[in-house]
Design a protein around this ligand. Structure first.
Ligand SMILES: Cc1cc2nc3c(=O)[nH]c(=O)nc-3n(C[C@H](O)[C@H](O)[C@H](O)COP(=O)(O)OP(=O)(O)OC[C@H]3O[C@@H](n4cnc5c(N)ncnc54)[C@H](O)[C@@H]3O)c2cc1C
Length: 324
């Protein structure tokens, strides 16, 4: 059977089984490819169901095979980094989740021209640590963001006054049709928590520009300062980071706090007492709990301040507007 002959409907268990059986033989041995892979433990907030199809491609070729086959069968594809900006719906994800968890995507290669090549699967924590070790500065602001490079590119992650795309020279990515290309920073459309091209394409790696070589001790000192700031201002319980985007010229956390919502709960989903723009999972929160709490927060903030908060966290495989 070829993927083109996967003829059942996506609601049908056999549809997904047949896709896996048809594509598996065409993949390399180190590529993991499974059905009904639980996703909650692959996210920082630990909520949600399973992926109908899940893969950790070990090569560009396997990425291409999976993406082209999925497109031919009408299966949507969802990249997964470290799941630190996602809420997985309780019913799971009806598509193919492609995680950059294989070591092939965790590269860290300082180049003779002073630039730094990193794989999209490299954890930001490791990027900071490795850069500090070789005396490359400019990435310290990323310390403490619990994602990987690919997730940080897609979200244009930012902290302590710095943004991911401040340090990007080029991004290498694979499009839904399997084409691999490299785009310079100037060619990419980047915004607050958003990179338009990576809305559909999957980042494989990026070329970064360090600020200037410096001594390893001062980089390590700066990282410690940022680490301490985070420890004092963010909850330790499982979360997905800031739930809402900051409205222009305002702070979502302050608006939520001023609306008396700290500690507000639906099931085990709770507005953090430490930082009002975080929802924490106090044990066995479901995505239904979290969505209900998001609705409650939006209504109360709108009633009190006339501001409509927009979620920053992504509802994996769905659109917030369909559930709010
Ligand atoms: C405690 C905590 C603190 C946080 N602090 C910050 C902060 O200070 N600043 C900040 O900006 N964020 C913060 N976040 C949010 C989050 O860590 C960032 O958005 C991070 O960049 C997401 O990376 P990820 O690898 O976890 O992506 P994921 O959550 O796995 O994915 C996020 C989105 O990116 C897509 N994606 C993932 N990988 C790729 C890829 N290779 N190519 C294309 N798309 C991809 C996914 O499909 C999804 O749409 C925080 C989160 C937590 C839990």
């Amino acid at each position: 059977m070829t993927t083109a002959t996967v003829s059942r409907l996506p609601g049908d268990v056999a549809f997904w089984d047949e896709f896996l059986a048809a594509v598996r033989p065409r993949l390399g041995e180190t590529t993991k490819f499974t059905r009904e892979e639980p996703l909650a433990a692959k996210t920082t907030i630990r909520i949600g169901g399973a992926a109908r199809l899940y893969a950790e491609p070990g090569s560009v070729r396997d990425f291409q095979t999976l993406m082209v086959a999925a497109a031919a069968a009408g299966i949507p594809v969802f990249p997964l980094g470290r799941g630190s900006n996602l809420v997985v719906p309780d019913e799971g994800v009806a598509g193919l989740v492609l995680a950059l968890a294989h070591e092939a995507w965790a590269g860290f290669e300082p180049r003779p021209d002073g630039l730094l090549w990193v794989g999209a699967g490299l954890r930001l924590k490791n990027l900071c640590g490795l850069a500090a070790k070789v005396g490359l500065t400019g990435f310290e602001f990323l310390e403490g963001i619990p994602g990987n490079v690919g997730g940080a590119l897609r979200m244009n992650a930012g902290a302590m006054g710095g943004w991911m795309f401040d340090v990007v020279e080029e991004v290498r990515f694979i499009s839904l049709d399997g084409t691999v290309r490299t785009a310079s920073r100037a060619e990419l459309h980047v915004d607050y928590r958003h990179c338009a091209e990576l809305q559909t394409a999957i980042a494989l790696g990026a070329l970064l520009r360090p600020v200037a070589p410096t001594d390893t001790e001062s980089v390590a000192r700066q990282i410690d300062v940022y680490k301490k700031k985070r420890q004092e201002s963010q909850p330790r319980d499982p979360s997905a980071g800031c739930i809402f985007k900051n409205p222009p010229g305002n702070s979502a956390g302050r608006l939520i706090d001023q609306s008396g919502l700290k500690g507000e709960r639906v099931g085990d989903a709770e507005v953090s007492l430490i930082h009002a723009n975080f929802i924490v999972n106090r044990g066995s929160a479901t995505s239904a709990d979290l969505i209900a709490l998001v609705r409650k927060i939006r209504k109360r903030v709108d009633d009190a301040h006339g501001v409509e908060l927009e979620p920053e966290v992504l509802l994996y495989g769905k659109e917030w507007r369909d559930v709010l």
